[in-house]
Structures are given as structure tokens and as C-alpha cells.
Ligand binder design. Structure first.
Ligand SMILES: *Cc1c(COP(=O)(O)O)cnc(C)c1O
Length: 231
């Protein structure tokens, strides 16, 4: 089932790239494996997946330790400062940085471990009360502040769009995040890249790809429904 779901998902991504005149190689599929047991991740790994997304630190670390070393682990969930120490050195990209204090903690931990950390700044484009993320109008300022941390490297932006029945309803949100990345990129801030746009989930990733996503985060569409949701 996982192998077929992956084939189907990759095909949808390719089709969306073709519609948008994009190169399929420019979009990474992140398999969101939160709550799923190791054998399911192994199956995805054997079907070629090397990018896995998790939203809880402890779960990410346990899976990191149990699975092959060539996997790129993506932290996509809200991150508390006191958990940063467990992630640094293991995670490939932290998608969910939305405050200077969190970035400062990542910097401190990177210093301790003498390493560097790639991050995305999470933006609450829709301004939903319930969501984490920097407010759109505050994002440039936040990026400028984080940019001063020498071991923390901003690679782009991430958003979690609202849950909608019709994915077209999120097109404007994706386009909005893409435009924000272009605007911030034009500022030519030292230590800041705007190459990565992490947006799109099972319900709306083809639309996100059409609007410029370079990473899509697909869970249910690969692994099936989650028995409990810990968003
Ligand atoms: C769970 C989760 C996803 C995947 O959601 P699906 O709808 O199962 O594809 C993507 N991004 C984030 C931040 C998540 O927490």
C-alpha cells in the first residue's frame, strides 16, 4: 500500500510540475511519518524515501536512532526551546522556527556541538489564531534578527495552510508565501536564503507545487489515516 501511495503521490507532483512548467526534480517529497511505526517507515525507505517529517522531538530522535543514517529528518512541528538540545546534530532541517528566542536557543546548542543548523521560518499566512508561526507582516523583521545568528541558516519559509475541503481555497495562501519569499530574497540579507518553500499537505500539495513549493509534507496520502492526531 505504501509503495503504491508513493507512486501515486510522486505522479501527482510530476503532473503539477508539468502544469506549472517546473522541473520535477525541484520539489522534494517529505513523508510525514508522525505516529506511524518503524516498519511503515522502513517500507517507505525501501521505496526510495529519504526525507521524513516528524512533529515531536522524542519520536523523531527514536526513529533517527533506529533507521539508516542517510535519512534526512525534518522537524515540522512546534518546537519548545527545552527540546532543541535533542534535535541539533540529528535534524536536517527545522521547518518550524517562529521566534527569535527559539532561534537563539538553536544557536546556543549549535555552538555547544560545534555544528550549524538549517531552518525555515514558519509563517502564519492566514493569520489563524490557533496556529503557530510568525505573522506575515512581522516575518521580514524576524528574518533579519535570526540572520545575525552565525550558526543558524535560514533556507526559506514554511506554512501550514488551513484545513479546507477544496484545495483551491489555499492557492492564495501558497501564492502569498511564495511572494513573501521573493520579497525577502530581494533584500539580500547576509546568511539568508529563500530557496526553500515548504508548503502543501495531503489535501492540497498539487496546488502548492503549482504555486512554487519546493518541499511538500505528505502524511495521510502515503501512510494512511492516523489513529490519533497530535498536531
Ligand atoms: C501532520 C502534518 C503534515 C501532514 O499532514 P497530512 O494531511 O497527513 O498530509 C504536514 N505538515 C505538518 C506541519 C503536519 O503536522
Amino acid at each position: 500500500m505504501i509503495r503504491e501511495n508513493l507512486t501515486h503521490t510522486r505522479q501527482n507532483m510530476e503532473d503539477a510540475c508539468r502544469r506549472a512548467g517546473r522541473d520535477a526534480g525541484d520539489v522534494t517529497l517529505i513523508a510525514v511519518s508522525k505516529t506511524k511505526p518503524l516498519p511503515m517507515l522502513q517500507e517507505a525507505y525501501e521505496a526510495g524515501v529519504r526525507d521524513f517529517g516528524e512533529n515531536r522531538v522524542q519520536e523523531l530522535v527514536e526513529k533517527y536512532e533506529a533507521l539508516p543514517g542517510d535519512i534526512r529528518w525534518h522537524m515540522i512541528g512546534h518546537l519548545q526551546r527545552n527540546k532543541v538540545k535533542y534535535l541539533v546534530g540529528k535534524v536536517f532541517l527545522i521547518h518550524s522556527v517562529d521566534s527569535l528566542r527559539l532561534a537563539q536557543e538553536i544557536q546556543r546548542e549549535a555552538e555547544k556541538k560545534q555544528t550549524e543548523v538549517n531552518i525555515l521560518v514558519e509563517v502564519n499566512v492566514a493569520g489563524e489564531e490557533s496556529k503557530f508561526g510568525s505573522r506575515r507582516e512581522e516575518t521580514l523583521q524576524l528574518v533579519k534578527e535570526i540572520a545575525l545568528l552565525p550558526l543558524v541558516h535560514i533556507q526559506g519559509l514554511m506554512t501550514v495552510a488551513p484545513y479546507v475541503e477544496n484545495p483551491e481555497e489555499n492557492r492564495g495562501i501558497f501564492a502569498n508565501l511564495q511572494q513573501l519569499a521573493v520579497d525577502i530574497g530581494r533584500e539580500n540579507i547576509d546568511n539568508v536564503n529563500m530557496n526553500v518553500l515548504s508548503m502543501g499537505m495531503t489535501g492540497d500539495y498539487p496546488v502548492a507545487v503549482e504555486e512554487g513549493a519546493t518541499c511538500v509534507r505528505v502524511g495521510t496520502g502515503i501512510f494512511g489515516n492516523r489513529s490519533y492526531d497530535c498536531n
